[in-house]
Design a protein around this ligand. Structure first.
Ligand code: ATP
Ligand code: MG
Length: 570
């Protein structure tokens, strides 16, 4: 048993979230015979996003902590929107997040026959009927929260007639939408979900797994409980919007006398500046508003991966936000904080110049090269050091120089001395401009006594700049990302506007003329680095031998720490 609660027996000292508390209580009382069985049940109609990660970490996490099992189950009951591509991506993403289901990979569609048998059982018990109302009519008959529903004229068909019609529905005799199988519950029930809900609809569509075997498909409510039941799930964890479906979940399972898991609801993850519905993410992809499901601006798992996030940081984020019963919106700065914390510990530091400005060290010999020692990761001594080449011509960042610096600008300016990281102190002695008045290069002198970055006479400089050797630098493209949406709540629109009006026009900036240190020559796709003073960056998988592309994962500025500080003050 890996759960601290179990091993240490210090239950009062460990604050469990409300779901883990239920699981722990059941574990103790022996309700499920000491079993803990959860599942993650995605519908394969899109790629997984960071919200799914919360559910994945919850379900797989609980199973791991209590020595139980978690199944990966595709809830594939809607053939029109589901595809193998999504199945494959979901498998890849859950694995990448670090979870495993051994041989417990299941598909709801594998249970279609069993569900069909349960439906027949329900008809035979007089608890289900074939209804000829159209979808619109069913909706009208349902009533509202304040108005009771009306019974379908087909509600009192004989069991024999229902069995025959249902059989013919399955045999494909009727067109799409012409008939449904409905549960006979109560058209005046205060919970609308209980007003004779539809169990099966006719749909002549090819399913990604069962092909054309079926032309009737179960609804989510009818299917989901049986999927859990057949797999002997103990705790069926889902998001809050299913809370008022729970009476139906319970009713269906009890009506056929099936094994009955406990459904527990928690609040879904919402992030500001982010949309999280698969329908909207699909729209962004289909309309070409992003480059694909794995565009680094997307909140998808594959997008976050391509952007340079580690699985550990996403798991840690899910731990930090916790689990509760109330819907809220998490600040995206917290996600970035978690990503940054992890990258700070794990990523190698390198020097890269995004907007290069040439510097010529006039008193440095033209044919001389030096190899200077640079620290790979100050947070991790075992990462060691590397050599960076230095020579007479270098690049520094354009905005690290100002010809007429304002008061608080401490970096390079005419006549001023600064440190080049791991190298020397340099002083700017001349600024060269082109005919348009743009600065094209700087001339500097260096002090050979400051090798390594310290002056033996103890004199100080106010700034340390990163740089790369012009002769040795590698060209690179760097893509800077900002929030995909400009509005905190992207769904806030006027009248009939679409959420896409809130897209941030500056969510991507591409810099094509960047210079990076030569040690990056052998960088591998998805390898993560800190570019000193700039942020965390990751090699884009589209990089080729001739062209290195980096994605900015996050900047170094920790907005979350700032928010926390200001909250502590107030
Ligand atoms: P979407 O609303 O994005 O289309 P969904 O709920 O339709 O998501 P499913 O494939 O059915 O997507 O989700 C699989 C599991 O992930 C479900 O148990 C669902 O409750 C959970 N889940 C989906 N979105 C979130 C979220 N934002 N936060 C937490 N859990 C989520
Ligand atoms: Mg769903």
């Amino acid at each position: 048993m890996k759960n601290e609660f179990m091993t240490q027996g210090k239950e009062e000292n460990i604050k469990l979230d409300f779901i883990r508390q239920i699981v722990a209580d059941d574990f103790k009382s022996g309700k499920w015979g000491g079993r803990v069985a959860t599942r993650f049940p995605p519908e394969p109609n899109g790629y997984l996003h960071i919200g799914h990660a919360k559910s994945i970490c919850l379900n797989f996490g609980i199973a791991e902590e209590f020595g139980g099992t978690c199944n990966l189950r595709f809830d594939d009951t809607n053939p029109e929107k589901e595809e193998q591509e999504y199945v494959d991506s979901i498998i890849e993403d859950v694995h990448w997040l670090g979870w495993d289901w051994d041989d417990r990979l299941y598909f709801g569609s594998d249970y279609f026959e069993q569900m069909y048998q349960y439906a027949i059982q329900l008809i035979k018990a007089g608890k289900a009927y074939v209804c000829d109302l159209t979808a619109d009519e069913v909706r009208d008959y349902r009533g509202t929260l304040t108005k009771p529903g009306k019974e379908s004229p087909h509600r009192n068909r004989s069991i024999e007639e229902n069995l025959e019609l249902f059989e013919r529905m399955k045999a494909g005799e009727f067109p799409d939408g012409s008939r449904t199988l409905r549960a006979k519950i109560d058209m005046t029930h205060p919970n609308l979900n209980m007003r004779d809900p539809v169990m099966y609809r006719i749909l002549h569509a090819t399913h990604h797994r069962t092909a054309d075997l079926w032309c009737i498909y179960p609804t989510y409510d009818w299917a989901h409980g049986f999927e859990d039941s057949i797999e002997k799930i103990t705790h069926s964890i889902c998001t809050l919007e299913f809370e008022n479906h729970r009476p139906l979940y319970d009713w269906f399972l009890d009506a056929v006398g099936a094994y009955h898991p406990q459904q527990i609801e928690f609040a879904r993850l919402n992030l500001n500046y982010t949309v999280m519905s698969k329908r909207k993410l699909l729209q962004l992809v289909q309309q070409g508003l992003v480059k694909g499901w794995d565009d680094p601006r997307m909140p998808t798992i594959c997008g976050l991966r391509r952007r340079g996030c580690s699985p550990e940081s996403i798991r840690n984020f899910c731990k930090v936000i916790g689990v509760n019963k109330f819907n809220s919106t998490i600040d995206i700065a917290l996600l970035e904080h978690c990503i940054r914390e992890d990258l700070n510990k794990t990523s190698q530091r390198v020097m890269a110049v995004l907007r290069p400005l040439k510097v010529i060290i006039d008193n440095y010999p033209e044919d001389k090269n030096e190899e200077l020692d640079a620290i790979n990761n100050p947070e991790d001594a075992s990462a060691g050091t590397r050599k960076v080449p230095f020579c007479r011509e270098l690049y520094i960042e354009r905005d690290d120089f100002m010809e007429e610096p304002p008061k608080k600008f401490y970096r390079l300016a005419p006549g001023r001395e600064v440190r080049l990281r791991y190298a020397y102190f340099i002083t700017c002695i001349n600024v060269v401009k082109n005919a348009d008045g743009e600065i094209v290069e700087l001339h500097c002198t260096y002090d050979p006594a400051t090798r390594g970055g310290d002056a033996p006479d103890g004199r100080k400089v106010k700034a340390t700049l990163h740089w790369v050797s012009a002769k040795h630098a590698i060209d690179a493209e760097v893509r800077l990302y900002n929030n995909l949406f400009a509005k905190e709540n992207p769904d806030e629109v006027e009248n009939d506007q679409d959420f896409t009006v809130n897209l941030n026009p500056n969510s991507l900036e591409v810099l094509t003329d960047c210079k990076v240190e030569p040690s990056l020559k052998n960088a591998k796709p998805l390898q993560r680095f800190q570019f000193e003073r700039l942020g965390y960056f990751c090699v884009d998988p589209d990089s080729t031998d001739g062209k290195l592309i980096f994605n900015r994962t996050v900047t170094l500025k920790d907005e979350w720490a700032k928010i926390q500080q200001s909250q502590q003050k107030s």
